[in-house]
Design a protein around this ligand. Structure first.
Ligand code: 13P
Length: 251
C-alpha cells in the first residue's frame, strides 16, 4: 500500500513569529499515523527554524526549490547537499510558479529533480496544465510532456524516491478546485504513464493533488483511488486548516 502525504507549501509567506506559532500548533496536534506523512516546505531562511521547531515531531520538512548544480559559481542558488546537511527531506521541483514566473523548462526541472536525488532529498515533482491548455483539450499532453522529461532524464527507477503532485494551474490560489473526478482522471493518467515503464513503481508512487485544497474539500479529493494526499498552499498557513486536511488524509 503506497503512503499518503500531505505537504504544505508556504510559498513566500512567513515571519519568525508567525512560523513559530504555526509550527508549535502543528507539532502539538499532528500525531504519527502509520502510512501517512506530513511535511512543511518553507522559504530558505526559515528552514533552520522549521527544523528546530519540528524536532521530535512526525512532521518532516522541505524546501521549495533547489539548484540543478551540485556546487560552484551560481550566485543566489542553494544546492541539494546544503539542504540535506540541515536534515531536509523533501524539495518541491517544477512548481507552476517556478515554471511560469521564472521560466524553468521541463529540462531544467528534470535536472533539479536529479540534483535533489543525488543529494539524498525526495523531490515532489509538480505537473499541471493552465486553464487555456485545459480548454484546448491539452491537459494530458501537457502533463505527459512534463512527466516524460523527468522520466526520460532520470529513468523510471527514480520514482522509488519521489512524489508527484498534480497541480492544475487554474486551481492554484483561485479557490477553484478540480472536482474529485477531474483530479482522479489526471492522477490515473499520470500513474498509467509511469506504469508504461514500470508497473510496480507506478503502483507505489504517491500522487498528490494541489490547488485550493481546503478542509471542506480535502476528504472527497483524498477519497479518490489515485489521490494519495495533497500539496497545500494557502491552507497550510493556517494551523486549524492544515491539521484538518492532514486528518482527512489519515482517515
Ligand atoms: P493553494 O492551495 O493556495 O491553491 O496552492 C496550491 C499550491 O500551489 C501548492 O503548491
Amino acid at each position: 500500500m503506497r503512503g499518503r502525504l500531505v505537504a504544505g507549501n508556504w510559498k513566500m509567506h512567513g515571519s519568525l513569529a508567525a512560523n513559530q506559532a504555526l509550527l508549535a500548533a502543528l507539532k502539538a496536534r499532528l500525531q504519527a499515523i502509520e502510512g501517512v506523512g506530513y511535511a512543511v516546505c518553507a522559504p530558505f531562511p526559515y528552514l533552520n527554524q522549521v527544523a528546530a521547531a519540528l524536532e521530535g515531531s512526525p512532521i518532516a520538512w522541505g524546501a521549495q526549490n533547489v539548484s540543478e548544480h551540485d556546487v560552484g559559481a551560481y550566485t543566489g542558488e542553494v544546492s541539494g547537499a546544503m539542504l540535506r546537511e540541515f536534515g531536509c527531506r523533501y524539495v518541491i521541483v517544477g512548481h507552476s510558479e517556478r515554471r511560469g514566473l521564472y521560466g524553468e523548462s521541463d529540462q531544467q526541472v528534470a535536472a533539479k529533480f536529479m540534483a535533489a536525488q543525488r543529494a539524498g532529498l525526495t523531490p515532489i515533482l509538480c505537473v499541471g496544465e493552465t486553464l487555456e491548455q485545459r480548454e484546448r483539450g491539452d491537459t494530458d499532453a501537457v502533463v505527459e510532456r512534463q512527466l516524460d522529461a523527468v522520466l526520460n532524464a532520470a529513468g523510471v527507477a527514480a520514482m522509488a524516491n519521489a512524489a508527484i503532485a498534480y497541480e492544475p494551474v487554474w486551481a492554484i490560489g483561485t479557490g477553484k478546485t478540480a472536482t474529485p473526478s477531474q483530479a482522479q482522471g489526471v492522477h490515473e493518467f499520470v500513474r498509467a504513464l509511469v506504469a508504461k515503464r514500470d508497473k510496480e513503481l507506478a503502483a507505489a508512487v504517491s500522487i498528490l493533488y494541489g490547488g485550493s485544497v481546503k478542509p471542506g474539500n480535502a476528504k472527497e479529493l483524498f477519497a479518490m483511488a489515485d489521490v494519495d494526499g495533497g500539496l497545500i498552499g494557502g491552507a497550510s498557513l493556517v494551523a486549524d486548516d492544515f491539521v484538518a486536511i492532514c486528518e482527512a488524509a489519515a482517515n
